[in-house]
Design a protein around this ligand. Structure first.
Ligand SMILES: [Zn+2]
Length: 411
């Protein structure tokens, strides 16, 4: 995640419900849109208590609105975000994604190209580019640990610390390729952000963008409405993304729709595209995304069916009136608390491995790390689709717990 200054910290509990700002279309800046779906995370401890998913009346771009003011996002990404990098162990799924991206962009690049990965995380993509023979590799990430890691390695990879607007990175038309992988879907003010990005790009430089693909949300099997997460607030298709690039005087060289594995049996939709800067670009006409709304409606229907199946399971849990533990305090859990009987179940504690969450309260119920405090007769409800089998295995094999387990999805 790039783009958010690190030095301002606000208390979310005081600001979250106030100053919600209605957004204009992140692509064409139109103020005309209609609401298609309402998202509710009322108990969430992080960024948002919910938003409407709307479609722009003019260009068809789908996005979230209203949102809290920018300082709330800054606070979230500096304190609560899950993007703490694991530097040595890059998952096989990320590895596969980085290989795919490298192959895609390498057809457009010479080896002496200066490449900047904005929001480089653990630097896995830069490492993959290095394997392909690229030698001028730069990254930017909020975590200082990443910069220190590459400094110690004396590799050809130089990582800067901080956020785009405030970091010490060399500026002014410096880079031949800038990478924005899994970044643009998080950005509240897309035009302002891209304006800052383009200041770093050489005059005929290339911009690579990877984002989730609205048109294929229905193929993402990570749980009901999970594409409308606490962090993702822009839902691009290849048409709307290209419209945005045209608005910024960039011409498309190539664009692909892909499905990417994210966990065993779980797939995420993606778009990867590469654009070239053209100073005197003509023909910036917006093409309306006529398929986006239909794709969105299909996804909502599918998610509602999934939610109904989960509700059947939760209703019987509730009827038992037994106390339960809930494992997981991510988007998935907050959605279920708001939309299903989970909200009225007898929850004894939440369990989570994220150290940023532990010690906080949800509905006055504590979030704890798993440990000896667990009562072995209380069932553990696993609130995740993407990690359900991994969590189950961890509970049984690593923690050797004998608690009954409640699963919301078939294996
Ligand atoms: Zn629009």
């Amino acid at each position: 995640m790039a783009g958010i200054p690190v030095d301002k910290v606000v208390d979310i509990s005081e600001t979250r419900e106030e100053n919600m700002l209605e957004r204009v279309c992140p692509v064409c800046s139109s103020g005309q849109h209609y609401s298609v779906h309402s998202v509710n995370f009322e108990d969430n401890i992080g960024l948002l208590s919910g938003y409407n998913v709307v479609a722009c009346s003019d260009c068809g771009m789908v996005f979230a609105t209203p949102l809290p003011e920018p300082s709330v996002f800054e606070h979230y990404y500096t304190t609560l975000s899950k993007y703490d990098s694991s530097l040595e162990n890059i998952s096989i799924y990320d590895q596969e994604r980085f290989q795919l991206i490298t192959k895609f962009i390498s057809t457009f690049l010479k080896n002496e190209t200066r490449v900047l990965d904005l929001g480089c995380g653990s630097g896995g993509l830069l490492r993959e580019l290095k394997k392909f023979g690229y030698t001028h590799l730069f990254g930017l990430d909020p975590s200082k640990a990443v910069a220190d890691y590459y400094e110690g390695k004396k590799s050809n990879i130089k990582v800067f610390t901080g956020y785009l607007e405030t970091c010490e990175i060399p500026r002014e038309n410096t880079y031949d390729l800038i990478i924005l992988e899994a970044v643009l879907e998080h950005i509240p003010d897309v035009h302002a952000f891209l304006g800052n990005v383009l200041k770093l790009l050489s005059k005929d430089g290339l911009l690579y963008i990877g984002v989730p693909n609205l048109w294929e949300f229905k193929k993402c099997n990570d749980g009901p409405f999970q594409q409308f997460s606490i962090e993702h607030i822009n839902y691009f298709s290849s048409v709307s993304l290209n419209n945005l690039m045209n608005e910024k005087n960039l011409s498309m060289l190539s664009i692909e729709q892909i499905m990417l594995p994210g966990a065993p049996g779980i797939f995420a939709s993606g778009i990867m595209g590469i654009w070239k800067r053209e100073i005197n670009k003509m023909n910036n006409k917006i093409v309306k995304d006529n398929y986006g709304l239909e794709a969105l409606k299909d996804y909502i229907t599918l998610s509602m069916m999934m939610l109904n199946n989960i509700e059947e399971i939760l209703k019987s849990v509730k009827q038992n009136e037994r106390e339960i533990y809930v494992w997981g305090t991510g988007t998935h859990t907050f959605r279920l608390l708001a939309a299903t009987s989970l909200g009225t179940c007898n929850i004894k504690a939440f369990i989570d491995m994220n150290p940023h969450y532990v010690g906080r309260l949800v509905r006055n119920i504590p979030i704890k790390l798993p440990g000896s405090w667990l009562d072995s007769s209380t069932p553990i409800l696993i609130s995740s689709k993407i990690a359900q089998s991994e969590i189950e295995q961890y509970i049984k094999t690593d923690l050797k717990l004998s608690n009954p387990i409640i699963k919301l999805y078939r294996d």
